[in-house]
Design a protein around this ligand. Structure first.
Ligand code: PMP
Length: 390
Protein backbone atom coordinates (compact mmCIF):
# COMPACT_ATOMS: atom_id res chain seq x y z
CA UNK A 1 0.00 0.00 0.00
CA UNK A 2 1.28 3.46 -0.82
CA UNK A 3 1.08 6.35 1.62
CA UNK A 4 -0.39 9.79 0.86
CA UNK A 5 2.57 11.70 2.10
CA UNK A 6 6.25 11.31 1.42
CA UNK A 7 7.93 10.74 4.75
CA UNK A 8 11.34 11.63 3.39
CA UNK A 9 12.67 14.97 4.63
CA UNK A 10 13.01 17.83 2.17
CA UNK A 11 16.72 18.12 2.80
CA UNK A 12 17.25 14.48 1.84
CA UNK A 13 14.83 14.58 -1.07
CA UNK A 14 16.92 17.42 -2.55
CA UNK A 15 20.13 15.34 -2.48
CA UNK A 16 21.24 13.94 -5.80
CA UNK A 17 22.64 10.39 -5.90
CA UNK A 18 26.42 10.28 -6.39
CA UNK A 19 27.42 10.54 -10.06
CA UNK A 20 30.07 7.86 -9.51
CA UNK A 21 27.57 5.12 -8.70
CA UNK A 22 25.84 5.45 -12.05
CA UNK A 23 29.00 4.34 -13.86
CA UNK A 24 29.66 1.49 -11.47
CA UNK A 25 26.16 0.17 -12.07
CA UNK A 26 26.62 0.42 -15.83
CA UNK A 27 30.03 -1.29 -15.71
CA UNK A 28 28.80 -4.01 -13.34
CA UNK A 29 26.51 -5.42 -16.02
CA UNK A 30 29.34 -5.78 -18.58
CA UNK A 31 32.11 -8.34 -19.04
CA UNK A 32 35.80 -7.63 -19.65
CA UNK A 33 35.69 -4.13 -18.22
CA UNK A 34 38.91 -2.54 -16.95
CA UNK A 35 37.88 -0.36 -14.09
CA UNK A 36 39.86 2.77 -13.45
CA UNK A 37 36.83 4.08 -11.65
CA UNK A 38 37.13 2.95 -8.08
CA UNK A 39 38.76 5.07 -5.44
CA UNK A 40 40.51 2.40 -3.43
CA UNK A 41 43.85 0.63 -3.17
CA UNK A 42 44.31 -2.59 -5.14
CA UNK A 43 46.24 -4.11 -2.24
CA UNK A 44 44.83 -6.40 0.41
CA UNK A 45 45.46 -5.19 3.98
CA UNK A 46 48.83 -6.41 5.35
CA UNK A 47 48.66 -9.88 6.83
CA UNK A 48 50.04 -8.81 10.21
CA UNK A 49 47.21 -6.26 10.46
CA UNK A 50 44.56 -8.82 9.56
CA UNK A 51 46.07 -11.26 12.02
CA UNK A 52 45.84 -8.70 14.85
CA UNK A 53 42.10 -8.41 14.28
CA UNK A 54 41.73 -12.20 14.21
CA UNK A 55 43.67 -12.48 17.45
CA UNK A 56 41.51 -9.85 19.14
CA UNK A 57 38.44 -11.88 18.22
CA UNK A 58 40.03 -15.10 19.45
CA UNK A 59 40.75 -13.36 22.72
CA UNK A 60 37.11 -12.34 22.99
CA UNK A 61 37.39 -8.57 22.52
CA UNK A 62 33.92 -8.22 21.11
CA UNK A 63 32.46 -5.42 23.26
CA UNK A 64 32.16 -1.68 22.65
CA UNK A 65 35.30 0.34 23.21
CA UNK A 66 35.38 3.79 24.84
CA UNK A 67 33.37 6.24 22.73
CA UNK A 68 36.55 7.96 21.55
CA UNK A 69 38.17 4.61 20.70
CA UNK A 70 40.67 2.28 22.39
CA UNK A 71 43.09 4.36 24.44
CA UNK A 72 46.01 2.32 23.06
CA UNK A 73 45.01 3.26 19.54
CA UNK A 74 44.56 6.94 20.41
CA UNK A 75 47.98 6.88 22.00
CA UNK A 76 49.51 5.47 18.82
CA UNK A 77 47.73 8.09 16.72
CA UNK A 78 49.11 10.80 19.05
CA UNK A 79 52.62 9.35 18.62
CA UNK A 80 52.17 9.19 14.85
CA UNK A 81 51.03 12.85 14.66
CA UNK A 82 53.89 13.86 16.89
CA UNK A 83 56.63 12.05 15.00
CA UNK A 84 55.27 12.87 11.55
CA UNK A 85 54.24 16.50 12.02
CA UNK A 86 55.57 17.52 15.46
CA UNK A 87 51.93 18.08 16.40
CA UNK A 88 50.90 17.10 19.91
CA UNK A 89 47.36 15.91 20.57
CA UNK A 90 46.36 14.62 23.98
CA UNK A 91 45.10 11.06 23.49
CA UNK A 92 42.75 11.43 26.45
CA UNK A 93 40.59 14.21 25.01
CA UNK A 94 41.81 15.45 21.60
CA UNK A 95 41.62 12.32 19.43
CA UNK A 96 38.48 10.48 18.35
CA UNK A 97 38.46 7.22 16.41
CA UNK A 98 35.68 7.23 13.82
CA UNK A 99 33.97 5.03 11.26
CA UNK A 100 36.22 6.05 8.39
CA UNK A 101 37.17 9.57 7.42
CA UNK A 102 33.59 9.71 6.11
CA UNK A 103 32.07 9.78 9.59
CA UNK A 104 34.81 12.13 10.74
CA UNK A 105 33.76 14.59 8.02
CA UNK A 106 30.10 14.22 8.89
CA UNK A 107 30.44 14.89 12.62
CA UNK A 108 33.00 17.65 12.10
CA UNK A 109 30.61 19.54 9.87
CA UNK A 110 27.68 18.94 12.19
CA UNK A 111 29.72 20.18 15.14
CA UNK A 112 30.86 23.38 13.41
CA UNK A 113 27.95 24.50 11.30
CA UNK A 114 24.88 26.45 12.40
CA UNK A 115 21.94 26.86 10.02
CA UNK A 116 23.04 29.08 7.13
CA UNK A 117 26.76 29.14 7.94
CA UNK A 118 28.90 29.01 4.84
CA UNK A 119 31.60 26.40 4.31
CA UNK A 120 34.08 26.86 1.49
CA UNK A 121 34.60 23.75 -0.61
CA UNK A 122 37.40 23.46 -3.14
CA UNK A 123 36.44 21.93 -6.48
CA UNK A 124 37.00 19.64 -8.30
CA UNK A 125 36.60 17.88 -4.95
CA UNK A 126 35.41 14.74 -3.20
CA UNK A 127 31.74 14.09 -3.97
CA UNK A 128 30.62 13.89 -0.32
CA UNK A 129 31.62 17.38 0.77
CA UNK A 130 28.72 19.45 -0.56
CA UNK A 131 25.98 16.99 0.53
CA UNK A 132 27.50 16.70 4.01
CA UNK A 133 27.63 20.50 4.41
CA UNK A 134 24.00 20.72 3.31
CA UNK A 135 22.87 17.90 5.60
CA UNK A 136 24.52 19.77 8.47
CA UNK A 137 22.33 22.81 7.62
CA UNK A 138 25.17 24.80 6.09
CA UNK A 139 25.63 26.42 2.72
CA UNK A 140 28.43 25.04 0.55
CA UNK A 141 30.31 27.81 -1.26
CA UNK A 142 32.24 26.07 -3.99
CA UNK A 143 35.44 27.53 -5.41
CA UNK A 144 36.81 26.34 -8.72
CA UNK A 145 40.52 25.60 -8.96
CA UNK A 146 42.36 25.66 -12.27
CA UNK A 147 44.75 23.30 -14.04
CA UNK A 148 47.19 26.21 -14.59
CA UNK A 149 47.66 26.25 -10.81
CA UNK A 150 47.91 22.47 -10.61
CA UNK A 151 44.32 22.51 -9.26
CA UNK A 152 45.51 24.18 -6.07
CA UNK A 153 43.47 26.88 -4.39
CA UNK A 154 45.24 30.26 -4.32
CA UNK A 155 45.04 32.79 -1.49
CA UNK A 156 43.26 35.25 -3.84
CA UNK A 157 40.64 32.68 -4.81
CA UNK A 158 40.04 31.91 -1.15
CA UNK A 159 39.84 35.57 -0.19
CA UNK A 160 37.24 36.21 -2.90
CA UNK A 161 34.97 33.42 -1.61
CA UNK A 162 34.86 34.63 2.00
CA UNK A 163 31.78 36.49 3.27
CA UNK A 164 30.66 37.48 6.76
CA UNK A 165 28.80 34.14 6.91
CA UNK A 166 31.88 31.99 6.25
CA UNK A 167 32.56 29.65 9.14
CA UNK A 168 35.03 27.15 7.79
CA UNK A 169 36.98 25.91 4.82
CA UNK A 170 37.42 22.30 3.86
CA UNK A 171 40.81 21.45 2.37
CA UNK A 172 41.92 18.12 0.95
CA UNK A 173 45.57 17.40 0.19
CA UNK A 174 46.51 15.20 -1.59
CA UNK A 175 43.28 15.76 -3.42
CA UNK A 176 40.63 13.47 -4.81
CA UNK A 177 40.07 13.66 -7.83
CA UNK A 178 42.98 15.81 -9.04
CA UNK A 179 45.86 14.32 -7.03
CA UNK A 180 47.09 17.86 -6.35
CA UNK A 181 49.13 18.52 -3.24
CA UNK A 182 49.28 21.73 -1.23
CA UNK A 183 52.91 22.22 -0.29
CA UNK A 184 54.10 24.22 2.69
CA UNK A 185 54.33 27.57 0.85
CA UNK A 186 50.82 27.17 -0.59
CA UNK A 187 49.47 26.27 2.83
CA UNK A 188 51.19 29.24 4.47
CA UNK A 189 49.55 31.64 2.06
CA UNK A 190 46.15 30.09 2.66
CA UNK A 191 46.75 30.05 6.43
CA UNK A 192 47.34 33.83 6.42
CA UNK A 193 43.93 34.42 4.87
CA UNK A 194 42.28 31.86 7.15
CA UNK A 195 43.72 33.46 10.27
CA UNK A 196 42.87 36.99 9.15
CA UNK A 197 39.22 35.95 8.74
CA UNK A 198 39.24 33.75 11.84
CA UNK A 199 37.95 30.65 10.02
CA UNK A 200 37.95 27.04 11.12
CA UNK A 201 39.61 24.45 8.88
CA UNK A 202 38.62 20.89 8.16
CA UNK A 203 41.73 19.28 6.78
CA UNK A 204 40.99 16.01 4.99
CA UNK A 205 44.35 14.23 5.00
CA UNK A 206 43.14 10.76 4.07
CA UNK A 207 45.78 10.50 1.30
CA UNK A 208 48.62 11.86 3.47
CA UNK A 209 50.65 8.64 3.18
CA UNK A 210 50.45 8.87 -0.59
CA UNK A 211 52.36 12.10 -1.33
CA UNK A 212 55.10 11.24 -3.83
CA UNK A 213 57.22 14.29 -4.49
CA UNK A 214 57.35 16.20 -1.21
CA UNK A 215 56.71 15.37 2.43
CA UNK A 216 53.08 15.77 3.34
CA UNK A 217 52.46 18.90 5.40
CA UNK A 218 49.47 19.18 7.71
CA UNK A 219 48.06 22.71 7.81
CA UNK A 220 47.56 22.21 11.56
CA UNK A 221 51.33 22.25 11.99
CA UNK A 222 51.63 25.87 10.78
CA UNK A 223 51.75 28.68 13.28
CA UNK A 224 48.36 29.67 14.70
CA UNK A 225 46.56 26.84 12.89
CA UNK A 226 46.35 23.97 15.37
CA UNK A 227 43.72 25.76 17.45
CA UNK A 228 41.38 26.22 14.49
CA UNK A 229 41.95 22.98 12.58
CA UNK A 230 40.22 19.62 12.65
CA UNK A 231 42.59 17.07 11.14
CA UNK A 232 40.74 14.18 9.49
CA UNK A 233 42.62 11.07 8.56
CA UNK A 234 42.21 7.30 8.56
CA UNK A 235 43.47 3.92 7.50
CA UNK A 236 41.53 3.39 4.25
CA UNK A 237 43.99 4.60 1.65
CA UNK A 238 47.60 4.54 2.88
CA UNK A 239 47.13 1.31 4.84
CA UNK A 240 44.81 -0.33 2.26
CA UNK A 241 42.01 -0.75 4.80
CA UNK A 242 38.91 0.68 3.10
CA UNK A 243 36.61 -2.13 4.23
CA UNK A 244 37.57 -1.85 7.88
CA UNK A 245 35.91 1.54 8.10
CA UNK A 246 38.35 3.23 10.41
CA UNK A 247 39.35 6.86 10.60
CA UNK A 248 40.17 9.48 13.19
CA UNK A 249 40.00 13.11 14.14
CA UNK A 250 42.62 15.21 15.88
CA UNK A 251 41.33 18.53 17.14
CA UNK A 252 41.83 21.00 19.97
CA UNK A 253 40.07 19.84 23.13
CA UNK A 254 37.02 22.14 22.92
CA UNK A 255 36.19 21.05 19.36
CA UNK A 256 37.09 17.41 19.99
CA UNK A 257 34.71 17.24 22.94
CA UNK A 258 31.91 18.78 20.86
CA UNK A 259 32.52 16.14 18.19
CA UNK A 260 32.54 13.42 20.79
CA UNK A 261 29.02 14.39 21.88
CA UNK A 262 27.70 13.67 18.39
CA UNK A 263 29.84 10.56 17.99
CA UNK A 264 28.69 9.00 21.26
CA UNK A 265 25.00 9.41 20.43
CA UNK A 266 25.18 8.63 16.72
CA UNK A 267 27.79 5.88 16.64
CA UNK A 268 28.87 4.81 20.16
CA UNK A 269 32.27 3.77 18.85
CA UNK A 270 34.07 2.43 15.80
CA UNK A 271 34.34 -1.32 15.20
CA UNK A 272 36.41 -3.03 17.91
CA UNK A 273 38.32 -5.59 15.76
CA UNK A 274 39.16 -2.82 13.30
CA UNK A 275 40.64 -0.76 16.13
CA UNK A 276 42.88 -3.65 17.17
CA UNK A 277 43.94 -3.98 13.55
CA UNK A 278 44.76 -0.28 13.39
CA UNK A 279 47.04 -0.52 16.44
CA UNK A 280 49.02 -3.15 14.59
CA UNK A 281 48.98 -1.06 11.41
CA UNK A 282 50.68 1.82 13.25
CA UNK A 283 53.06 -0.49 15.13
CA UNK A 284 54.16 -2.78 12.33
CA UNK A 285 52.45 -1.73 9.10
CA UNK A 286 54.58 1.25 8.04
CA UNK A 287 57.01 -0.78 5.95
CA UNK A 288 54.14 -2.11 3.87
CA UNK A 289 52.79 1.43 3.49
CA UNK A 290 56.16 2.54 2.10
CA UNK A 291 56.20 -0.42 -0.27
CA UNK A 292 52.67 0.30 -1.54
CA UNK A 293 53.57 3.96 -2.00
CA UNK A 294 56.59 2.97 -4.08
CA UNK A 295 54.39 0.84 -6.27
CA UNK A 296 51.80 3.61 -6.80
CA UNK A 297 54.57 6.07 -7.65
CA UNK A 298 55.90 3.70 -10.30
CA UNK A 299 52.44 3.27 -11.80
CA UNK A 300 51.79 7.02 -11.67
CA UNK A 301 54.85 7.57 -13.82
CA UNK A 302 53.86 5.06 -16.42
CA UNK A 303 50.20 6.03 -16.56
CA UNK A 304 50.54 9.82 -16.57
CA UNK A 305 53.31 9.68 -19.22
CA UNK A 306 51.15 7.40 -21.35
CA UNK A 307 48.13 9.70 -21.08
CA UNK A 308 50.22 12.66 -22.24
CA UNK A 309 51.64 10.60 -25.10
CA UNK A 310 48.21 9.72 -26.43
CA UNK A 311 47.12 13.35 -26.26
CA UNK A 312 45.16 13.35 -23.02
CA UNK A 313 46.98 16.22 -21.38
CA UNK A 314 47.58 15.48 -17.72
CA UNK A 315 49.45 17.35 -14.98
CA UNK A 316 51.58 15.17 -12.74
CA UNK A 317 49.52 14.48 -9.64
CA UNK A 318 51.68 14.86 -6.53
CA UNK A 319 49.66 12.40 -4.48
CA UNK A 320 46.72 9.98 -4.06
CA UNK A 321 46.27 7.44 -6.89
CA UNK A 322 44.31 9.44 -9.44
CA UNK A 323 45.20 10.95 -12.79
CA UNK A 324 42.91 13.75 -13.95
CA UNK A 325 43.56 14.21 -17.68
CA UNK A 326 41.94 16.78 -19.93
CA UNK A 327 39.77 15.23 -22.64
CA UNK A 328 39.55 18.44 -24.66
CA UNK A 329 41.21 16.79 -27.66
CA UNK A 330 38.16 14.57 -28.19
CA UNK A 331 35.59 17.37 -28.17
CA UNK A 332 33.37 15.18 -25.98
CA UNK A 333 31.84 16.21 -22.69
CA UNK A 334 33.08 14.34 -19.61
CA UNK A 335 29.88 12.29 -19.40
CA UNK A 336 29.97 11.45 -23.11
CA UNK A 337 33.61 10.48 -22.89
CA UNK A 338 33.06 8.18 -19.89
CA UNK A 339 29.94 6.60 -21.32
CA UNK A 340 31.36 5.99 -24.82
CA UNK A 341 34.68 4.78 -23.49
CA UNK A 342 32.84 2.22 -21.40
CA UNK A 343 30.57 1.08 -24.22
CA UNK A 344 33.15 1.12 -27.02
CA UNK A 345 36.35 0.08 -25.23
CA UNK A 346 35.16 -1.30 -21.91
CA UNK A 347 37.24 1.01 -19.76
CA UNK A 348 35.51 2.62 -16.78
CA UNK A 349 36.59 6.11 -15.68
CA UNK A 350 34.67 8.76 -13.75
CA UNK A 351 33.50 11.90 -15.57
CA UNK A 352 35.08 15.00 -14.05
CA UNK A 353 31.83 16.95 -13.79
CA UNK A 354 30.66 14.79 -10.85
CA UNK A 355 33.40 16.43 -8.78
CA UNK A 356 31.84 19.87 -9.18
CA UNK A 357 33.05 23.14 -10.68
CA UNK A 358 36.08 22.89 -12.92
CA UNK A 359 35.66 19.14 -13.43
CA UNK A 360 33.97 19.33 -16.84
CA UNK A 361 36.45 18.54 -19.61
CA UNK A 362 38.35 16.06 -17.44
CA UNK A 363 37.96 12.46 -16.29
CA UNK A 364 39.29 10.75 -13.19
CA UNK A 365 41.29 7.57 -13.73
CA UNK A 366 42.53 5.60 -10.76
CA UNK A 367 45.92 4.01 -11.38
CA UNK A 368 45.53 1.67 -8.40
CA UNK A 369 45.30 -1.20 -10.90
CA UNK A 370 47.86 -3.78 -11.96
CA UNK A 371 50.46 -2.75 -14.56
CA UNK A 372 48.95 -5.26 -17.01
CA UNK A 373 45.52 -3.70 -16.59
CA UNK A 374 46.97 -0.21 -16.94
CA UNK A 375 48.85 -1.18 -20.11
CA UNK A 376 45.71 -2.66 -21.62
CA UNK A 377 43.71 0.41 -20.55
CA UNK A 378 46.25 2.70 -22.26
CA UNK A 379 45.96 0.65 -25.48
CA UNK A 380 42.19 0.99 -25.43
CA UNK A 381 42.31 4.68 -24.50
CA UNK A 382 44.73 5.34 -27.37
CA UNK A 383 42.36 3.70 -29.86
CA UNK A 384 39.42 5.61 -28.38
CA UNK A 385 41.19 8.96 -28.61
CA UNK A 386 42.24 8.25 -32.22
CA UNK A 387 38.66 7.44 -33.12
CA UNK A 388 37.34 10.57 -31.45
CA UNK A 389 39.91 13.20 -32.35
CA UNK A 390 38.58 16.13 -34.32
N1 PMP B 1 37.97 11.89 1.82
C1 PMP B 1 38.35 11.66 0.57
C2 PMP B 1 38.99 12.76 -0.19
C3 PMP B 1 38.15 10.41 -0.03
O1 PMP B 1 38.54 10.21 -1.29
C4 PMP B 1 37.52 9.39 0.72
C5 PMP B 1 37.26 8.01 0.14
N2 PMP B 1 37.06 7.94 -1.21
C6 PMP B 1 37.13 9.67 2.03
C7 PMP B 1 37.39 10.93 2.56
C8 PMP B 1 36.46 8.65 2.89
O2 PMP B 1 37.36 7.70 3.36
P1 PMP B 1 36.98 6.58 4.41
O3 PMP B 1 37.07 5.28 3.69
O4 PMP B 1 38.02 6.69 5.47
O5 PMP B 1 35.62 6.86 4.92
Amino acid sequence: MTTKTSYVSKSVEKLKPSGIRKFFDLAAGMEGVISLGVGEPDFVTSWTVREAAILSLEQGYTSYTANAGLFDLRKRIADYMNSRYQLFYDPSDEIIVTVGASQALDISLRALVDQGDEVIIVEPGFVSYVPLVELAGGVAVTVKTRPENGFNLTAEELEAAITDKTKAILLCSPNNPTGSVLEKDDLMELADVIKRHDLAVLSDEIYSELAYDADHVSIASLEGMRERTIVINGFSKGFAMTGWRLGYICAPVEIAQALLKIHQYAMMCASTPAQFAAIEALDKGMEDVTEMKRSYRHRRHYFVDSLNEIGLECHTPGGAFYAFPSIRKTGLSSEEFAERLLLEEKVAVVPGNVFGKGGEGFVRCSYASSMEQLQEAVKRLKRFVENHSN
